[in-house]
Ligand binder design. Structure first.
Ligand SMILES: [Zn+2]
Length: 323
């Protein structure tokens, strides 16, 4: 029988848990409310009772090699949460490994939730069969994860993989992280919407497109999906936004290709729902920002993991570390 782990994916409203083995999810995914307003101890208690339910259903704690946890923020090497985020008050500073060891006698491995999705892609998705890989997740922000020699690279302090904050534009857009010109400001869903608004404002009257008119009339209803719907119809403004987003992302992809010489760069998240139009443009721009010899040895591919990526990635953390 293969080794199995418990995967826990902590979010602002729900905690998802599942039993994960080399084949993926065994049985189903269980969702329980996070009860974030109850504070760090409440969240931890909910995680512990979910682990208890999963362990019981899977033959008891002794049947598992460990627990993997994907969480917002970072986790230091002792299992203490750093920067747990505004959605989880009181979560920062919580120690997660000790209570799991005390109650179940199980070891744990925790990491940023988006970073651990890279491991899900490696074990079960677009990264199968490769050793070195970098994942970009293009959502509300841009997150990512780096895999080297088949292992998630966490860095010396558990904070590696912040590839959304690679600066791609000198004196560019302000980012909440404190820098300017982070790739996240251009290639995330939020960044795409903001660029569309800015470019619609600039558009001269004789040069107004359908998207520009829509943005001016309904500023609160613009989404990156909508921008891509207009782009598919050939709207000039939407195509300019698309080119700029992909140019900026291509710069960051070029930087990671030069730095890591990975077998694959995996692009996922909501923005990738626009499909091959994004993928092909990013390939075109990335090629301009890295060494041709390294570029031609690296594939740029779409992510394959769906909505269970977080819980699979969490389980993969434990399988990777203790398997
Ligand atoms: Zn930033």
């Amino acid at each position: 029988m293969g080794k199995k782990a418990i995967g826990i994916d902590l979010g602002g409203t729900a905690i998802k848990g599942a039993i994960i083995d080399e084949g993926g999810i065994c049985g189903g995914v269980i969702r329980v409310p996070t009860e974030a307003q109850g504070g760090g101890r409440r969240i931890m208690e909910n995680i512990l009772s979910l682990i208890g339910r999963l362990a019981e259903g899977g033959g008891g704690p002794g049947a598992f090699i460990g627990v993997g946890i994907g969480t917002p923020g970072f986790v230091d090497s002792d299992g203490v949460i750093l920067n747990g985020g505004a959605n989880l008050p009181g979560w920062t500073g919580m120690q997660v490994y000790a209570p799991i060891a005390e109650r179940f006698g199980l070891r744990s491995s925790a990491a940023n939730d988006v970073t651990s999705v890279a491991l899900a892609e490696l074990m079960f998705g677009a990264g199968r069969g490769v050793k070195n890989m970098v994942c970009f997740a293009l959502g509300t922000g841009v997150g990512g994860g780096i895999v080297t020699n088949g292992r998630l690279y966490k860095g010396s302090h558990g904070m590696a993989g912040e590839i959304g904050h690679i600066v791609v534009e000198t004196n560019g857009e302000e980012c909440p992280c404190g820098q300017r010109g982070c790739v996240e400001r251009y290639a995330s869903a939020t960044g795409i919407v903001k660029m569309a608004a800015a470019m619609a404002k600039e558009a001269a009257d004789g040069n107004v497109t359908e998207l520009a008119e829509f943005v001016r009339a309904n500023p609160g209803e613009v989404t990156s999906k909508l921008v891509y719907e207009y782009a598919a119809k050939g709207d000039a403004l939407a195509l300019r936004v698309h080119e700029r987003a992909c140019d900026m992302l291509g710069r960051a992809v070029g930087i990671v290709i030069n730095t890591f010489s990975p077998d694959r760069v995996v692009l996922g998240g909501g923005v990738m729902m626009a499909g091959s139009v994004v993928l092909e443009a990013v390939k075109r721009y990335a090629a301009l920002h890295c060494w041709p010899e390294i570029f031609k040895l690296c594939e740029i591919v779409p992510a394959r993991m769906g909505e269970d990526a977080g819980v699979l990635g969490a389980g993969a953390l434990a399988l990777e570390e203790f398997g």
